[in-house]
Design a protein around this ligand. Structure first.
Ligand code: COA
Length: 534
């Protein structure tokens, strides 16, 4: 059924929503332009003077078509480390190289010699997780001094430490997921295992070096005086040690060799979905700007958003009149069949049951699921607890956790409390998770949190026969609200890789279609749902 819009573009609400979203998107684009520059002007100049290409240009040169590229974690590191780690100082892009769906992971040597901060490591590991889950070939564009020694406690010893990169690479290689390295700069200490663990490795003359201990470390540890080329240059590794397989004169040659390696993978992508012809939505996606309320508390009909994302604005709604605070239905995005699960208010028992039922349908049919998340949480209160909201919510959480079709989440508004779980938040392993610039994410809204904590405080004081003056109460609440406001921002979340990136709502359709397409590389093994508490 084609969704019939009820939007009136002449209303003041529409116009003010539109302006608000336009401003948020423009602010996002400004931030995105800044992080894409990379390190300081001085270090970029030094990089280029060495005959190297900047990391984003390296990636662009490798890609078959930059329009199909999906950047991951662009905002990572934002406002962290004195803002010295743009994009987490490592750039990750999913795209096609010589026809093979690939993730390219590129160190940015213009930021502290490409050394790893905790956020750099987290992003590298997230990129490898994406590769593993979606069976994407990995290209590592190595140009890094390894561990940032001042940050060593945050990157070394834990399970998700630097060593996990090599563990993931070895395991992916064992599953036939190609691991290819191009060493375009330093590759020091633990970092040396990236090319050493790769299936095939290219190294560039002069700039490319691989060693377990660089000249500084060798001198400090053993007193031996040596230079970089003697220790681990391209000649040494392609002629004597065998640590690298291909010698390249410069960056371009190394990238050309990398493309040829990808071309020799003898891989054919299979598609298990019944594709339809792509039909653009009937309504202009730009109208999403005017529909999304400026104030998260103001409800709008999420079907108006779906109508501007899916093919021909067509949604075959499942249980249209039951559990109406959750919209479920079948649709297509650029020809790919999808199941849509979208919030239209708070989650009740009925909406949870409907969601769990719909997920079972998608599982049976192998249909990918899109979650459009805008949720303040589950309904609370005595009568709802009596009717077992906890066990009905658990059925939805259970289904979301164990369904084996690819899941994709877009946070289009609020993401609060257990609603985040039920709507496939980060912990539920959606293949990709993106957020709109108006989104907010926290365990609960700031105002509610302030009321909860104030109530706890007042109860404590009451026991002591004391009370708070109104002035103190307002100050107490304001501090909590301000904290939640700051920490709930999508930039706070994206900086810490709680998502894979902030996106312009206008690009949602394209980004979802690319995400689905990339996910199809992985063959699905049908699983089993757990026990649903009845
Ligand atoms: N930890 C922390 N900071 C480091 C670092 C490290 N491992 N390696 C380099 N840096 C910092 C430098 O102090 C410098 O900081 P500044 O800009 O504030 O002065 C910045 O990164 C750039 O270093 P520089 O040596 O000027 O750049 P370069 O491009 O000429 O060389 C390296 C980069 C990485 C090749 C070189 O710095 C090096 O060999 N570092 C030591 C690497 C190492 O031994 N790592 C051990 C990991 S276990």
């Amino acid at each position: 059924m084609i969704i019939k819009t009820k939007i009136d573009k002449k209303t003041d609400t529409y116009k003010s929503n539109f302006e608000n979203m336009k401003e948020l998107v423009s602010d996002f684009k400004k931030k995105s332009r800044v992080v894409k520059i990379g390190g300081s002007l001085e270090s970029r100049k030094r990089h280029i003077k060495r005959g190297k290409i900047l990391p984003r240009e390296r990636i662009e040169y490798l890609l078959d078509n930059k329009d199909d590229a999906l950047e991951i974690g662009q905002i990572a590191g934002y406002d962290l480390n004195n803002n010295e780690t743009p994009s987490g100082s490592i750039i990750s892009v999913v795209g096609k190289v010589s026809g093979r769906d690939t993730i390219i992971i590129a160190n940015d040597a213009t930021v502290k010699g490409g050394t790893y901060y905790p956020i750099t490591l987290k992003k590298h590991l997230r990129s490898l997780e994406i590769a593993r889950e979606n069976n994407l070939a990995c290209i590592h564009l190595v140009d890094s001094g390894g561990a940032n020694l001042k940050e060593q406690t945050g990157i070394f010893a834990d399970k998700e430490g630097f060593g996990r990169i090599f563990y993931e690479m070895a395991n992916m290689s064992s599953k036939g997921i190609p691991q290819i390295s191009a060493v375009l700069g330093s590759c020091t200490a633990g970092g040396a295992y990236i090319p050493a663990m790769s299936d095939e490795t290219v190294i560039v003359k002069k700039n490319g070096t691989i060693f377990l201990g660089g000249p500084h470390l060798v001198k400090a540890a053993t007193g031996e005086i040596t230079d970089e080329q003697e220790l681990g240059g391209a000649e040494l590794h392609t002629r004597m040690s065998g640590v690298a397989d291909y010698f390249a004169e410069d960056d371009y040659e190394a990238l050309n060799i990398t493309k040829r390696i990808l071309g020799n993978l003898n891989y054919k992508k299979e598609n298990s979905l019944k594709l339809e012809q792509n039909k653009e939505p009937k309504y202009d996606p730009q109208e999403i700007y005017g529909i999304v309320s400026k104030d998260l508390k103001e409800q709008y009909n999420v079907k108006e958003i779906i109508a501007r994302i899916v093919d021909n604005s067509e949604l075959d709604e499942f249980k249209e009149d039951y559990g109406t605070t959750l919209v479920t239905g079948f649709a297509h995005i650029k020809g790919f069949p999808v199941g849509i699960i979208a919030n239209n208010g708070i989650l009740f028992s009925e909406s949870s049951l409907k969601g769990a039922h719909f997920i079972q349908l998608c599982e049976q049919r192998g249909t990918p699921i899109i979650f459009l998340q805008n949720i303040s949480g589950f309904m609370i209160g005595k009568s709802f607890e009596e009717r077992g909201i906890a066990k009905d919510g658990a059925k939805l959480v259970n289904a979301v956790s164990t369904v084996t079709v690819p899941k994709f989440t877009v946070i289009i508004g609020g993401s609060f409390g257990a609603g985040n779980y039920a709507m496939c938040g980060r912990a539920y392993s959606p293949r990709f998770l993106f957020s709109w610039p108006n989104s907010k994410i926290s365990v609960m809204g700031g105002e509610i949190a302030a009321r909860v904590l104030l109530s706890v405080k007042e109860a404590q004081l009451q026991k002591l026969g004391q009370s708070l003056k109104d002035e103190k109460k307002s100050k107490f609440s304001k501090e909590i609200i301000d904290q939640f406001d700051y920490e709930g921002s999508p930039y706070y979340a994206s900086a810490r890789l709680w998502d894979d990136g902030i996106i312009d709502p206008l690009d949602t359709r394209k980004i979802l279609s690319l995400s689905i397409s990339y996910s199809l590389n992985a063959k699905r093994k049908k699983g089993k749902f757990g026990i649903f508490r009845m």
